[in-house]
Ligand binder design. Structure first.
Ligand SMILES: C[S@@+](CC[C@H](N)C(=O)[O-])C[C@H]1O[C@@H](n2cnc3c(N)ncnc32)[C@H](O)[C@@H]1O
Length: 279
C-alpha cells in the first residue's frame, strides 16, 4: 500500500508532538513510525513502553521521563529543551504515551512552542483510555449499555475541596467512566462515587499495561474492585473502567486472541516492572 503523507519529511527546526499509542508497536501510526525513524532527536519518557522505546536508536534519544534520585524532569525544562533543539535547526519528535493531547501535557507544549515562534505539528494517536479497555474486551460505549463516556484523572484526591473532578456529578451522569492515573487513589474515588449515589454493584475493571506483553486485568464491581486490584497486584500504568460496559468482557474474554498469547502475565510475579508512576 502506497501511503501519501501530509507533510512528508521531518523539517529542520520543527517539533512533532507525537503520540506512541498504548505500547504495542503495531499500534503506532504510520506517520509516528516514519517520524521516529527520521527525526534528528526524540525526547521521550517511559510510558510508550519497552517495545517501542527498545527500537529507538540511543544516539538520537533523550529520556526526559526521570532524572537521578527518581525525580521527574520539570515540564518547564522539557519545554525549554524543545525550543533549544528546534532553534539549533533539529527536527524533534516529542514522544508521549497514548495520545499527547489526552492527559499528556501536549497542549501545554503546543502553547509554549507557539509562544516562542517554533513551528510544530501534532501527530494524534491511539489513546490508552480507549485502547486498554478495548484489548481487554471492554468497549467504552455500547448501544445497550453506555451512550456517553467520561475520561477523568484519578491522580487528585477526591476529598480535596477544590478537586477538579466532580465525582458526585459523575456518579449520577450515567455512561462509562474511564479513570487514568487512578491505581493508587482507587479506594478514594470508588468511595466518592458510592457516596455520590452510584450503585455499589456497578461493574468495574482495571487494565494494566494494555497491549503490552505483560497486560493484566482485574474485574469486579464498585464495591469489590479494590480487593480485585490487590489480588491481581495491578500497578501503574493502568486504566479503570466503571460502568455496565465493564461486564461485557465476560462474554468475549474466552475468544480474545491477545489474552491467549504466550508470555502474557497472569499473576503479579510474572509481570515486568514498568517504572511508570501513577501520574
Ligand atoms: C499521564 S497519563 C497519559 C495518557 C496518555 N496520553 C494516553 O492517551 O493514553 C498516564 C496514564 O495513562 C494510562 N495508560 C497509559 N498507557 C497505558 C496502557 N498501555 N495501559 C493502561 N493504561 C495506560 C494510565 O492510566 C497512566 O497512569
Amino acid at each position: 500500500m502506497e501511503i501519501e503523507y501530509h507533510g512528508g519529511e521531518p523539517e529542520p527546526g520543527t517539533v512533532y508532538l507525537v503520540g506512541s499509542g498504548p505500547g504495542d508497536p503495531g499500534l503506532l501510526t504510520v506517520k509516528a513510525k516514519r517520524l521516529l525513524e527520521r527525526a534528528d532527536v526524540v525526547l521521550h519518557d517511559k510510558l510508550p513502553g519497552p517495545e517501542i522505546l527498545g527500537d529507538l536508536p540511543d544516539e538520537r534519544c533523550i529520556d526526559v521521563g526521570k532524572r537521578a534520585h527518581g525525580d521527574r524532569t520539570p515540564q518547564s525544562e522539557i519545554n525549554e529543551r524543545l525550543v533549544e533543539l528546534a532553534d539549533e535547526g533539529k527536527s524533534v519528535v516529542r514522544l508521549k504515551g497514548g495520545d499527547s493531547f489526552v492527559f499528556g501535557r501536549g497542549g501545554e507544549e503546543a502553547e509554549y512552542l507557539a509562544e516562542h515562534g517554533v513551528p510544530f505539528e501534532v501527530v494524534p494517536a491511539v489513546t490508552s483510555a480507549v485502547a486498554a479497555p478495548a484489548v481487554a474486551g471492554i468497549p467504552v460505549t455500547h448501544r445497550d449499555h453506555a451512550s456517553s463516556v467520561s475520561f477523568v484523572t484519578g491522580h487528585e484526591d477526591p476529598t480535596k475541596e477544590d478537586s477538579a473532578v466532580d465525582w458526585d456529578a459523575l456518579a449520577t451522569a450515567g455512561g462509562t467512566i474511564v479513570v487514568l492515573m487512578g491505581v493508587t487513589r482507587l479506594p478514594q474515588y470508588v468511595t466518592a462515587l458510592q457516596e455520590g449515589g452510584m450503585d455499589p454493584e456497578t461493574p468495574a475493571a482495571l487494565v494494566e499495561r494494555g497491549t503490552w506483553q505483560e497486560q493484566r486485568v482485574a474485574t469486579g464491581t464498585l464495591e469489590t474492585i479494590v480487593d480485585a486490584r490487590d489480588e491481581v497486584g495491578i500497578e501503574p500504568p493502568a486504566v479503570t473502567v466503571i460502568g455496565d460496559v465493564a461486564a461485557s468482557r465476560e462474554s468475549v474474554v474466552e475468544f480474545l486472541e491477545n489474552e491467549r498469547e504466550p508470555g502474557r502475565a497472569e499473576s503479579e510475579t510474572d509481570a515486568v516492572p514498568a517504572d511508570v508512576p501513577d501520574s
